[in-house]
Design a protein around this ligand. Structure first.
Ligand code: URA
Length: 210
C-alpha cells in the first residue's frame, strides 16, 4: 500500500469540523457530529475497496453485479478517543470486525506503552483502518501501527479528524507505507502536546470528562 496524506475537505466535513472545534458545542452534539464526520470520512477512505462479481436475480432477469467480499475489513480504535469515531464508521460498514489498542505514555521515557490489545485472530487477512481523532505527536499512532504490523497486518490506513504537521511527519516517517486521511491539518502542536487551534482534548469532549 502506498502512503501519503489525504485531506478530506468536502464542505460538509469542513462545516461539521467547525462544530467540533467550537468550545460551546455540548457533549451530545459533539458526539453526534463526530459520528457523522466519521461516516463521511469512511465513505472516502474505503473508495478503493475491492469488489467481486456475483450472479444475482433481479425481479426481471439474472445479472452479474458487484459486491464487497466478506472478511475484508477491521477497524482498530486507539483507546479511548478512537471509539468516538468508530461508531460512525460502523454505520457504513456494519459487518467490519473491530479491534482495540490501549496505550499510555510512560512518564519517565515518554514512550507509548501498550496496556490493552484485542484484535480479531485473522486480522492479518484484513484491511485495517486504524482510527484516532487527533494525530498530535504521532507517537501513539505510530506505536499502534507498529503493533498491528507485528500482529501480521500488511494493509493499513490511518484515519484522524485533525492532524498536526509534527504528527504527520512522525507518523509518515515511521510508516511511509500507511496512507493517512484527515479532515484538516492544523497549525502546530503546542508545548503541552495539544493541536492548535484544534478542538481540545478529544476524549474529554466525547465523554464529558475533565
Ligand atoms: N489529543 C487530543 O485529544 N487533543 C489534542 O489537541 C492533542 C492530542
Amino acid at each position: 500500500m502506498t502512503g501519503g496524506v489525504t485531506v478530506l475537505d468536502h464542505p460538509l466535513l469542513r462545516h461539521k469540523l467547525t462544530l467540533l472545534r467550537d468550545k460551546y458545542t455540548p457533549t451530545a452534539q459533539f458526539r453526534q457530529v463526530a459520528r457523522e464526520i466519521s461516516t463521511l470520512m469512511a465513505y472516502e477512505v474505503l473508495r478503493d475497496l475491492p469488489v467481486e462479481m456475483v450472479e444475482i436475480e433481479t425481479p426481471l432477469e439474472t445479472m452479474r453485479a458487484e459486491r464487497i467480499p466478506g472478511k475484508k475489513l477491521c477497524i482498530v480504535s486507539i483507546l479511548r478517543a478512537g471509539n468516538g469515531i468508530l461508531e460512525g464508521m460502523l454505520d457504513l460498514v456494519p459487518s467490519a470486525r473491530v479491534g482495540h489498542i490501549g496505550l499510555y505514555r510512560d512518564p519517565a521515557t515518554l514512550q507509548p506503552v501498550e496496556y490493552y490489545l484485542k484484535l480479531p485472530s485473522d486480522v492479518g487477512e484484513r484491511l485495517v483502518v486504524l482510527v484516532d481523532p487527533m494525530l498530535a505527536t504521532g507517537h501513539s499512532a505510530a506505536a499502534a501501527a507498529s503493533r498491528l504490523k507485528q500482529a501480521g497486518v500488511t494493509a493499513m490506513k490511518f484515519v484522524c479528524l485533525l492532524a498536526a504537521p509534527e504528527g504527520i511527519a512522525a507518523f509518515t516517517g515511521a510508516h511511509p507505507d500507511v496512507p493517512v486521511f484527515t479532515a484538516a491539518v492544523d497549525r502546530e502542536l503546542d508545548s503541552h502536546g495539544y493541536i492548535r487551534p484544534g478542538l481540545g482534548d478529544a476524549g474529554d469532549r466525547f465523554y464529558g470528562t475533565r
